[in-house]
Design a protein around this ligand. Sequence first.
Ligand code: TYD
Length: 252
Amino acid sequence: MHTCLGGNVLALAPGEVVEDVHLVAARDECIDDMRADEARASSDDRPHAPYRTAAVFVTFEGLDGSGKTTQAELLAEALRAEGRDVVSTREPGGTPLGEEVRRLLLEGVEMSPWAEAALFTAARAELAATVIAPALAAGRDVVCDRYLDSSLAYQGLARGLGVERVLMLNLNATEGLLPDLTFVVLIDPEVAARRSTGSDRIEREGLELQRKVDAAYRELASMFPNRITTVDGNRPPEVIAEEIRERLRELS
Ligand code: TYD
């Protein structure tokens, strides 16, 4: 199971929000404890398995132009080369509904911050329910280019909606489906802007927003140190990819 709903999140009284980041961090620790239990359980069940058999859910985050998509592809390839069954997907999108929502979000009309957060979350709910959760349940690994940390960074912190509020929305929408590991590819926002090829509605807002998102990812990494690993994106892709594979091996 890759879920951590209940406990701190749903035990809150209506209208009450998690004010203390340590509570959120504590919830993250609880998730990591669950991971350790799962890994043990799976190897107890299958003592002769040649490699870690429990499916892993890995997400990639970063600014547009950070190189996160390349890293997601390289990791999926590396896992497949080990004989693992991997589902690669992306956000926003990854499902018929998600692709329609993506068009609204990135090519559509202007929208208010909560409408934006709700639409990203709607696309994610569909992806979690119809692609990610079934794949993990079938024992397949999932590598996702962006997931809920994008909403925490862009909508929660950069747009100022609040990490806790956006996290609660997302935990409800995904039924608590959290990644085992998240890699944030860090790169200077000006370098990222030069490298970035696309220009969607959010990127067109310019460098100031990208700087806030960069700061947001760094803050998230310190809030969730066991799940989120930052990697220096200023190096050759293969070097970064090797560091990521090494970190993943540590999970075994
Ligand atoms: P992006 O990764 O750029 O898609 P692609 O590389 O395929 O064009 O994502 C599109 C934009 O949406 C990007 O600027 C980040 C933003 N975004 C959010 O603001 N919140 C979210 O929850 C997600 C998933 C993306």
